[in-house]
Design a protein. Structure first.
Length: 129
């Protein structure tokens, strides 16, 4: 029975992680995978930050909740906070269009966004009970 619960939890975490990444990819007006194929490191860094921040929130949600439903709910709340952080950061930097800079391969923006995502992942995960 324990093995089945672990397997189900693992599958739910994998599905939530990839759903989170899919939603993040819809936020950019360019094809993330195509940019990666072309070697755009800035996009790779930003995507890595998204993946890490999503994993942080998922990990804390799984650790602090014994129910898959509660884990999913806290992940959803944390994920919405991550999305809001992106849009707030975009709004707070009106002279710097983030997706345009990423598409150009601006590594400084890629690093900054990765750090914003990971930092927000840690901060938001501290709210999960």
């Amino acid at each position: 029975m324990v093995a089945v619960n672990i397997l189900i939890s693992f599958l739910v975490i994998v599905v939530l992680q990839f759903m989170g990444m899919l939603i993040f990819s819809w936020m950019t007006p360019f094809d993330d995978m195509e940019e990666l194929r072309q070697g755009n490191s800035a996009v790779g860094l930003a995507m890595g930050g998204k993946f890490l921040s999503t994993a942080i929130i998922l990990g804390v949600s799984a650790f602090t909740n014994s129910s898959i439903w509660h884990m999913g709910l806290w992940f959803l709340i944390g994920y919405v906070c991550l999305l809001a952080a992106y849009w707030i950061f975009e709004w707070a930097t009106p002279n710097l269009t983030l997706h345009e800079q990423l598409k150009k391969g601006n590594m400084a923006v890629g690093i900054l966004l990765a750090c914003v995502y990971v930092g927000m992942g840690f901060a938001v995960s501290s709210l999960i009970i």
